[in-house]
Design a protein. Structure first.
Length: 254
């Protein structure tokens, strides 16, 4: 029997910072192998939603599930730490600002997770690092240090590092927004390749054309809610909501 449960299932997610309600009851279901792009104005809750999926943000209400396992379980502190560490090993996350360790080589940045968290020996971990670097087109940089890399190269190393943990899903939080325009394409090409390989992905992005090209589904968020969602062709060409139309007009016809 085919397993039809979602790979990611967010139910009624609410998040507030004091009186400011950032997520107002968000539902999000992502099937295995599906690519979902999340778009919307700054401050709409996109990054908070993404960070809530792997519990970098703690929801005030709602549930997050990964492949049938509840992420935000109510457990004692020590038990929850063990649980969330196991869950995070299955979710690769790529941030806006790379977050590479500057004092470690590219190889060490990539192998630290598999060695420390999965108990892989150093030789095997380095072989894995080389495979992942080859995937992002940077095999020759395995012994370089982050200071010697361009922004696009750093972000591709960050993707290789996430992939080295062999995650079930990849989460991208505006992965190209800190890059110079000429470096954006090299990172987007890697993400497109992952899409062709049917990696389950949730991508927060300001790049509408990239979202239209790579996503199976697009969510438009504003003011902590999902205003509209649909297939890229449908949402970008014929948005149903006026709020979506105004946003897209600004981005697609600046």
């Amino acid at each position: 029997m085919t397993d039809v449960r979602p790979m990611i299932d967010v139910r009624g997610a609410r998040k507030s910072y004091g009186a400011l309600e950032v997520l107002k009851g968000i539902d999000l279901s992502v099937q295995r192998g599906q690519i979902v792009a999340v778009i919307g104005p700054s401050g709409s809750g996109k990054s908070t939603l993404l960070r809530s999926i792997n519990h970098l943000e703690t929801l005030n209400a709602g549930e997050v599930w990964l492949d049938g396992v509840k992420v935000n379980q109510k457990l004692g502190r020590a038990a929850f730490e063990r649980h969330i560490n196991q869950v995070r090993q299955q979710m690769g996350m790529v941030f806006q600002h790379f977050n590479l360790f500057p004092h470690l080589s590219v190889s060490d940045n990539i192998t630290i997770g598999p060695i420390k968290l999965r108990g892989m020996d150093k030789a095997k971990a380095r072989e894995l690092a080389l495979v992942m670097l080859d995937k992002v087109g940077l095999a020759e940089k395995i012994d370089a240090y982050p200071a010697r890399l361009s922004g696009g190269q750093k972000q591709r190393v960050a993707i290789a590092r996430a992939l080295a943990m062999q995650p079930k899903v990849m989460l991208f939080d505006e992965a190209t927004s800190a890059l110079d325009p000429e470096l954006v394409d090299e990172v987007n090409l890697v993400m497109k390749q992952l899409a062709r390989e049917h990696m389950t992905m949730v991508i927060v992005t300001h790049e509408m054309r990239f979202a239209a090209e790579v996503a199976d589904r697009v969510l438009f968020m504003a003011d902590g809610t999902v205003v509209e969602e649909g297939a890229p062709d449908e949402l970008f060409r014929c948005p149903k909501q006026e709020r979506t139309r105004l946003f897209l007009r600004k981005f697609l016809n600046p």
